[in-house]
Design a binder for this molecule. Structure first.
Ligand code: HEC
Ligand SMILES: [Cu+2]
Length: 343
């Protein structure tokens, strides 16, 4: 039995063995949850998938050749005196057992070393820098200026301009995670106490799903993120808005929601820039409403899901480090109304 969670609907799709194929097809059809190494949009990812296919086809041809030789051998063995002569069989062993494998293995190892060197090269000087911190089980994203000062913070969503190299500096706040966006690059370890980095250039606009690729606890599988590659002007506009503090809500209900946020413990873990909420255990919520998903691409960012998450985060993501807060219905409504003003 395979159970998948759909990020758009939050529904669980159950797939029995019989309907496995249709389940796989249904899950690959989901736009935002699509994650594939086969449609690279950066040079690095293209090199990786190219090497992968080269290894696949070389392996496939060798497998077929070996099976063919085996069949010939079995067929000939049934006839008396049909073996190769001594020198012919020795030559066969030397050629097919030593020489050819050596050439193939050296070529593949050489190709993989060369690719490794080229994708591990230093980024070009005009690179844009983003600091990504792995937390159990979400991603903090900080945009840095030339001096390394934080311009804006968000979570689980990394916007990048198309065609510009982006360096992602990686650090963990707790255990080892791994940063992986298959359409952009290979995996990079995210370590506590050690800054690692990786870089890529997204050559095409689009939304590329990434995923933690190192088992990091019960909700490791629900530790995803989105890389959103967009035109430079759209990116600039987005970053400017993310850098701004939150606006004071006009609507009285939203104002009440802000009070609830400040009084009911939310502010001890979350920051909303421009208010007294300065917690740093959970995601920065200053522009929460501008994000597409909640809880690391687990549920879509809609009012219903937001309310459900706040009233019982553990039913969405069991074991998560956000407690359940008991709220009166009007407090919960006001809170969600307030959070929805954080665009
Ligand atoms: C003990 C710390 C803590 C408290 C208190 C807390 N949260 Fe959280 N919150 C978190 C953590 C950690 C996450 C990240 C969960 C994840 O995705 O794994 C989170 C995630 C969220 C998210 C999703 C953010 C995103 O971008 O995905 C929202 C919204 C949220 N919290 C709202 C609230 C509200 C409203 C309250 C008060 C009722 C609150 N939180 C109280 C720790 C806390
Ligand atoms: Cu992880």
């Amino acid at each position: 039995m395979i159970v998948k969670r759909n990020a758009h609907t939050g529904n669980r799709m159950s797939c029995g063995l019989g309907s496995l194929l249709s389940c796989v097809m249904a899950s690959t059809a989901r736009a935002q949850n699509e994650q594939t190494v086969f449609e690279p949009v950066s040079d690095h990812a293209e090199g990786i998938v190219w090497l992968w296919w080269a290894m696949f086809w070389v392996g496939a041809v060798i497998f077929l050749a070996v099976m063919l030789l085996l069949a010939v051998g079995l067929w000939r063995a049934r006839r008396p005196n049909s073996g190769l002569g001594e020198s012919a069989s020795r030559n066969l062993v030397i050629a097919a057992g030593v020489a050819i494998p050596l050439v193939i293995l050296l070529t593949l190892v050489g190709g993989s070393l060369m690719l490794g060197r080229s994708i591990a090269a230093d980024p070009p000087p005009n690179v844009m820098r983003v600091r990504v911190t792995g937390w159990m089980w979400w991603w903090q994203v900080d945009y840095l200026d030339q001096d390394g000062k934080v311009i804006a913070s968000t979570a689980n969503e990394i916007h990048v301009p198309v065609g510009r190299p982006v360096e992602v500096q990686l650090i963990s706040a707790d255990v080892i995670h791994s940063f992986w966006v298959p359409q952009l690059h290979g995996k990079t370890d995210v370590m506590p106490g050690q800054l690692n980095s990786t870089w890529f250039t997204a050559e095409k606009a689009g939304v590329y799903r990434g995923q933690c690729a190192e088992f990091c606890g019960v909700q490791h599988a629900l530790m995803a993120f989105l890389v959103i590659a967009e035109a430079e002007t759209d990116f600039r506009r987005w970053l400017e808005r993310q850098a701004a503090p939150a606006e004071m809500p006009e609507n009285p209900r939203a104002r009440f929601g802000l009070e609830v946020f400040l009084d009911r413990g939310c502010a001890s873990c979350h920051t909303v820039r421009g208010t007294d909420a300065q917690g740093n255990i959970g995601p920065d919520l200053t522009h929460l409403a501008s994000r597409r998903t909640l809880a690391a691409v687990t549920i879509p960012n809609t009012r219903g899901h937001l309310g459900g998450w706040i009233s019982d985060p553990h039913s969405v993501k069991e074991g998560v480090f956000m407690p359940r807060t008991l709220l009166e219905p009007e407090e919960l409504t006001a809170l969600t109304v307030y959070l929805e003003t954080l665009e």
